[in-house]
Ligand binder design. Structure first.
Ligand code: SF4
Ligand code: SF4
Length: 376
């Protein structure tokens, strides 16, 4: 597996990292992990050189960390890099910080994290870090060796990013970066800020929650004509890894065919050539112009107080808009039932405030209504 060294250290990180937020599940509607299937993915990944595993306190409704701890226990601690995250959004008072951190060490069955992040920082969400002295606790953990590298995952504006990177002595930052968000979500500007500050960039959502592994017919044709044997996902991973300040590209893998395909792409990684880069940008432009709702399925907007299944509705909408079957939309929409459909929305805007993609959720739900009225 192709690796990059963290700054000038001997920490050699696989260019493909294993994101542990979409592990195989026993029941698609429940958070419980299919541990046999997930362990098989981890074992295959580890045997093929993936050595970076990224989990978080709240992934799989708090079941990801305990699984990751169990699954990696069989491997020597110095042969993998483990990342987890402080859920600032769950911190109500200062004492919560140490309680959560200790619980995370216990969950993961480790006595240190290689990479530790303040989770999902946006323009507003850093306030709790000040109010509850979270950074003081995390900096002490780093000084004590329980955090080797301290960073944050970011979903805000370039201005806020600039402010934060200058405020603390960070070791890295995790950005949502892919060939659609490079322009649409200011990823280019954010990457440049990290580069200027000498901060390594870890990439999340290189395939935008899987949508760039599907694209739309017209955009997909641009890439398939050039390389019929390569998956659409491979273009997205190579795009992110072509940026020289990227340390690793995370992929939230949930099936063996994804793991195998991603490893095939990254084990002998080749940066995109100029002509390949032009093709990817062309496909991205076509895709962006299609009428999808840019939801990544992260579920930060949930739970809706009125019961609306926001990401599920957007997924149904996007799949239909990407050329999926009418029946899939109709069946999926009916399966949600009236209590989870967008008709329950009171436009309270609670969800919009939490959406890292800045989706105006009530407005976007109107598109779902229009589609449902057309198809039902
Ligand atoms: S705006 Fe609508 S969908 Fe969003 S939280 Fe409020 S009721 Fe739920
Ligand atoms: S609407 Fe926004 S917060 Fe909710 S799942 Fe989609 S991207 Fe995430």
């Amino acid at each position: 597996m192709y690796k990059r060294n963290y700054r000038n250290t001997e920490d050699a990180i696989s260019i493909l990292g294993f994101g542990c937020m979409r592990l195989p599940k026993i029941n698609p509607d429940r958070p419980e992990i299919d541990e046999v299937a997930a362990q098989a993915l981890f074992d295959y990944a580890f045997e093929h050189g993936i050595n970076y595993f990224d989990t978080a306190f709240n992934y799989h409704q708090r079941l990801s960390e305990p699984f990751v701890g169990k699954a990696l226990k069989k491997y020597p601690r110095d042969q993998f890099y483990l990342a987890s995250k402080m859920p600032g959004f769950l911190v109500k008072e200062e004492k919560d910080v140490d309680e959560i951190f200790e619980k995370q060490l216990e969950n993961c069955q480790v006595d240190y994290f290689d990479f530790y992040l303040c989770h999902a920082i946006s323009d507003e969400s850093f306030k709790v870090y000040d109010d509850c002295n979270i950074m003081e606790h995390l900096l002490k953990r780093r000084a004590d060796g329980q955090i080797r590298h301290l960073g944050f995952s970011f979903h805000g504006s370039p201005e806020k990013l600039e402010e934060l990177v200058e405020r603390y002595d960070w070791d890295f930052v995790q950005l949502q970066l892919n060939y659609v968000d490079w322009n649409v979500q200011n990823a280019k500007r954010q990457y440049e800020i990290l580069d200027a500050h000498g901060l390594p960039c870890i990439v999340m959502e290189p395939l935008r929650g899987g949508t760039l592994a599907v694209l739309c017919d017209e955009a997909a044709a641009v890439l398939r004509e050039s390389e019929p044997d390569k998956s659409l996902a491979s273009w997205g991973l190579r795009y992110a890894a072509t940026l020289p300040n990227v340390l690793t590209v995370l992929s939230g893998m949930s099936a063996m065919d994804q793991v195998a395909d991603n490893i095939c792409t990254m084990e002998n990684f080749e940066p995109l050539s100029e002509s390949e880069m032009a093709l990817v940008n062309k496909a991205g432009d076509i895709f962006t112009k299609t009428k999808t709702i840019p939801c990544t399925g992260c579920r930060y907007c949930m739970d809706c107080p009125s019961g609306v299944e926001i990401p599920g509705l957007f997924k149904l909408y996007n799949e239909y808009m990407l050329g999926e079957d009418k029946n899939d939309f109709v069946n999926g929409y009916k399966a949600l039932g009236p209590e989870k459909q967008e008709s329950q929305c009171t436009a309270c805007d609670q969800c919009t405030e939490h959406c890292p993609q800045s989706i105006d959720v009530p407005e976007a739900l109107k598109k779902v209504t229009a589609l449902a009225e057309k198809l039902l």
